[in-house]
Write a protein that binds this ligand. Sequence first.
Ligand code: PMP
Length: 352
Amino acid sequence: MSWEDNVRKVVPYTPGEQPKIKNIIKLNTNENPYPPAPEVEEVLKNLTVDDFRKYPDPTCDELVTAVADFYKVDKENVFVGVGSDDVLAMAFLTFFNSKDPEKKVLFPDITYSFYDVWADLFRIPFEQVSLKEDFTINPEDYYKENAGVVIANPNAPTGVLLPLEQIEEIVKRNPDVVVIVDEAYVDFGGESALPLIDKYENLLVVQTFSKSRSMAGMRIGYAFGSKKIIKYLLDAKFSFNSYTMNMPTLSLGAAAIRDRAYFEECREKVIATRERIKPLLSELGFTFGDSKTNFIFAKHEKMHGKDIFAYLRQNGIIVRRFDLPRIDEYLRISIGTDEEMDRLISVLKEFL
Ligand code: PMP
């Protein structure tokens, strides 16, 4: 017997690289190429070290109010956390607690690769349901008995969107478990399940400031749900760490979300660049699904993703590749500025 027998052993998630090299074109972790809303800088300038002396507000009221106002819901329908990773992890811990080990939490085989890591960490039995050949979800696969459902919509890393009617059908068919819809990328062309929270008490819709609001470094995620489901999340949070969000994050996040016009402008720019790049990638021999996100998940007809990845890197462009079954030939290319994407296209042209 060793102390190590009692260790909760886990295989951790591997986040995308944050390179130390300067002047690199970074298209590997789906960050927004544009800065956060201008008011964020104003609020930042007015912070003083004295603001750090006291504990932050455990209810996160300033941020929760700003999110509730933006989305026209009650504050009791909103939960916030340290990035949507924190919100999702808390939701897994809170809601996936079936007494029956035969019942599994369901999510796609190709999706955000943190889901299986949290399930392992919390010892939650799960089943990875195969996406169809074209990487779309077959909703009927989620109608069987289960211990919970998680769907990223649009899905990552595929970029493919499941229409809202089909999301609703999955929620409707699963009244006995919690259904989590992870909408990290919804602002780039998806339709949010938010309006469904009034109709389905067991639905949790999770979003983030990391992509469409250009604040990945601040770590802000949030969730919408019925007042009952949000209360359960808060109970778990306050049993874990009362102060998940720090003081500057609460103020800066609130400032970021208040500027609706800037948000619209930025996401439209990203969408326009994505749509402009799609035919250029096709001309070069890439195939990909109809991305509704701020990335394109593409495979080349002749060259292996591994070789393209290496050539891009040598030329100062980092994209993401997953060494996983079914997708190892693919590259996930985040949408950068127009200049960055033009450079990408010209380096790809040289290589191919
Ligand atoms: N969900 C999906 C589908 C993602 O791709 C990401 C980004 N890695 C997250 C959640 C987590 O993002 P964050 O913690 O930055 O909100």
